[in-house]
Every structure is written in structure tokens, then in C-alpha cells.
Design a protein around this ligand. Structure first.
Ligand SMILES: O=C([C@H](O)CO)[C@H](O)[C@H](O)COP(=O)(O)O
Length: 211
């Protein structure tokens, strides 16, 4: 199971500094949507320059204008870019085509994506499927990703699964049982911890031990 560090609501310099503190414990680096909206592609470029050996995920949350946005993300150094699962299939097709051309990957953000839509997306075997509980759901209703959404669908189909949304070391075991994601996306549990290095190291230990 890989750990994807989600960098949100930070200045680029602070995002780089926190990532330096935890880089030994994490695998992928997500340039969060909030960084991309605030600082544009400079955030993707700077994170890639600072960590050239890491997989950089640009959390574009594309829903339209896919060719322009995906080419921009990959040219800026992203290795993976996200598109919303609710997007029209023409948009999904473009994302897949651009990613194949750049030899990069697409992650589907399944926020608010119906089961029927997820079933349709299962045809895109090369994509990563991200089960996501949103920041607003977390902050307004206290929801956390426990892996209950779309779990059965993923076990029926052999696709790469990621999970995001308020994940902590405490929720890891339940998530592993329900969804068993190959990528676990963790933001605030690391970036907002009083000691991010320790928080990330503990998470890594838990992942390695299969806790
Ligand atoms: O995708 C995210 C969210 O929609 C804000 O853009 C976050 O990266 C994701 O939720 C992980 O962050 P935490 O929920 O803080 O772990």
C-alpha cells in the first residue's frame, strides 16, 4: 500500500518544507486542488523540481476542458492527474488519451459518482479509482472515509483503488478490510499534525505491519 501525501491549504514553500520532513515515509506527493487553484502550475513544477524521484499527483479535479488541463499538468511535471468520475465520458476519453500520449496516469475522483457511473468507468482498466469523502462532508458532517462506498464493485473488478478523505492511522485498519486500497491518500493527519515527521513515520509503520 502506497502513501500519497496530500498538500492542501499551504504556501508552496511550506508544502515543500513539510514534504522534506516526511519524504522517507511517503511514496506519492499530491499537489492539492487548493494549491493548484491558488498558485497554478507553478505548484506542480516546484514540487516536481524539489522531489524529482517521487510520483507527483496533480489533483486537477478536471471536469471539462480536459485536453488543455491534462497537457498542462503533465507538461508541468505531474505523473498522475485527476478527473472527476462524474465528467462526461468524452472528457474521460480525452484524459485517457492525453495520459497515454505522455506515458502518465489518470486518477478518477469518484466524489458523488453514482454506482452506474462507476460501473461504466470500470472499462478504463489503466486508471486509478479514488473513493473520496470530500472536505465539505468531513467538515460539515464529520464524515470519514471508511471504505464503505463502492467497496463491492472494486472487489469484483481488478482495478487500482485509492482512498481519500480524513484518513488517519486509526481508520487504516477498517479501510484495509473494506476497500484494501493500493494507495492511501492522507493530508491533514500529517500536514496538520504537531509533529508531521512522527505522524508520517507512524503511518508508514502501520502500513508496513498491515495494521
Ligand atoms: O482531495 C482532497 C480534498 O478534496 C481537498 O482538495 C484532499 O486532498 C483529500 O481529502 C486528502 O486530504 P485529507 O482529507 O485532509 O486527508
Amino acid at each position: 500500500m502506497k502513501i500519497q501525501l496530500a498538500l492542501d491549504r499551504l504556501e508552496i514553500a511550506d508544502a515543500i518544507q513539510i514534504t522534506r520532513m516526511v519524504e522517507d515515509s511517503i511514496d506519492w506527493i499530491e499537489v492539492g486542488t487548493s494549491l493548484i487553484k491558488e498558485f497554478g502550475m507553478a505548484s506542480v513544477r516546484e514540487l516536481k523540481q524539489a522531489f524529482p524521484a517521487k510520483t507527483i499527483v496533480a489533483d486537477m479535479k478536471t471536469i471539462d476542458n480536459a485536453r488543455y488541463e491534462f497537457e498542462m499538468a503533465f507538461r508541468s511535471g505531474a505523473d498522475v492527474a485527476t478527473v472527476m468520475g462524474v465528467s462526461p465520458l468524452v472528457t474521460i476519453d480525452i484524459c485517457m488519451e492525453v495520459a497515454a500520449r505522455f506515458n502518465k496516469k489518470v486518477m478518477f475522483d469518484l466524489l458523488n459518482t453514482s454506482e452506474d457511473q462507476v460501473r461504466e468507468l470500470m472499462n478504463y482498466r489503466d486508471a486509478i479509482f479514488c473513493a473520496h469523502v470530500s472536505k465539505d462532508e468531513q467538515e460539515e458532517s464529520g464524515e470519514r472515509n471508511k471504505g464503505t462506498k463502492n467497496g463491492a464493485l472494486f472487489t469484483e473488478n481488478e482495478v487500482q483503488v485509492a482512498a481519500a478523505g480524513g484518513i488517519t492511522i486509526e481508520s487504516l485498519a477498517a479501510l484495509r478490510k473494506s476497500l484494501n486500497p493500493s494507495v492511501v491518500i492522507v493530508g491533514s493527519a500529517i500536514t496538520k499534525a504537531s509533529n508531521p515527521t512522527q505522524a508520517a513515520a507512524r503511518l508508514k509503520q502501520a502500513v508496513l505491519k498491515g495494521e
